[in-house]
Design a protein around this ligand. Structure first.
Ligand SMILES: Cc1cc2nc3c(=O)[nH]c(=O)nc-3n(C[C@H](O)[C@H](O)[C@H](O)COP(=O)(O)OP(=O)(O)OC[C@H]3O[C@@H](n4cnc5c(N)ncnc54)[C@H](O)[C@@H]3O)c2cc1C
Length: 262
């Protein structure tokens, strides 16, 4: 009989232990909670650990797109209808601190800083900012990270911002996080061991996410580019994706899970 590899032995040990099916999730953010719900549906005992002691506003709305909504609906059928009923069109926005107070003093400073940065920009943009009440201006730093080739180590993996924080240009942070949550749970339901599930998960996710991260970073640059630079950025995006702009948007947003989790 051929000798067993360590991986095969580990897989067998995990299969023997399968009745417990315990999963620990660090972080009760959008991704942590979505995957917790998905895995509970599959019969896993899930424990979620969150460092924040209470709910606090972060001062931002969330734009949900078809790929994220399709993933949520595959995890919890009907939830998209509930979200649509409780969501609203953005009208006026206010900047609040973590105590829920509107930030007017800091907002004045933010407005002056913004106008200073816009010194060399066109008059129409400057007058738009000048006319805007300071408390409606939100100043937030943007952080992203370079794509990484692997998200898993042993029995541990990452999802959402922890795996692929991205610039907001394509509004894909939470939408791709919901895709991750669905795919991770679906890999658990199809694999015979944790290692296999995490290998499937990376195989399904990493290429798609790297492309979205790279195009988000390029898309972010487009906001600050001259017309000529924008054309160059568009060319780079097409080169990255090997797709026209329209094909890329279709590929991005038409992502649809193949079945519902239950
Ligand atoms: C202002 C703003 C606007 C945005 N708009 C959009 C948008 O329009 N569309 C879109 O798709 N995305 C948007 N995003 C991005 C989106 O919010 C994130 O991509 C998404 O929240 C990622 O989900 P996550 O679960 O990975 O991380 P998070 O939602 O950040 O959750 C992580 C959780 O882990 C907890 N945590 C961290 N470390 C530990 C620890 N050591 N122990 C325990 N708990 C820990 C944190 O407290 C947090 O609750 C926006 C983000 C911001 C800030």
């Amino acid at each position: 009989m051929a000798q067993q590899t360590n991986t095969q032995k580990n897989e067998q040990q995990e299969n023997c232990n399968q009745p417990t099916k315990k999963v620990v999730i660090i972080g009760a953010g959008l991704g942590g909670l979505a995957v917790a719900i998905a895995l509970r549906k599959l019969g896993y005992e899930v424990q979620v650990y969150e460092k924040a002691r209470d709910f606090r506003p972060v001062g931002g709305g969330l734009g949900l797109l078809p790929n994220g909504l399709n993933s949520l609906d595959a995890i919890e059928p009907g939830i998209v209808e509930t979200i649509k009923q409780s969501a609203c069109e953005v009208g006026t926005t206010f900047l609040k601190n973590t105590q829920g107070e509107t930030l007017s003093q800091n907002a004045d400073e933010a407005k002056s800083r913004l106008l200073e940065q816009l010194t060399d920009w066109g008059e129409s943009l400057r007058s738009l900012v000048e006319a805007m009440p300071a408390e409606q201006i939100m100043e937030n730093p943007i952080y992203d990270r370079l794509p990484v080739p692997s998200w898993s180590h042993g029995r541990v993996t990452l999802l959402g911002d922890a795996a692929h924080a991205m610039a907001p240009a394509l509004a894909q942070g939470s939408n791709t996080t919901f895709e991750d949550a669905y795919e991770l749970a679906s890999c658990f339901s199809q694999a015979s061991s944790i290692q296999q599930a995490l290998a499937y998960y990376e195989k399904r996710r990493i290429f798609r996410i790297q492309l979205i991260q790279n195009c988000s970073a390029l898309g972010e640059k487009r906001y600050y580019a001259t017309k000529q630079e924008q054309e160059e950025i568009n060319r780079q995006m097409q080169e990255q994706s090997s797709m026209s702009r329209e094909e890329f948007q279709n590929w991005l947003q038409n992502y649809k899970p193949s079945y519902q989790l239950n």
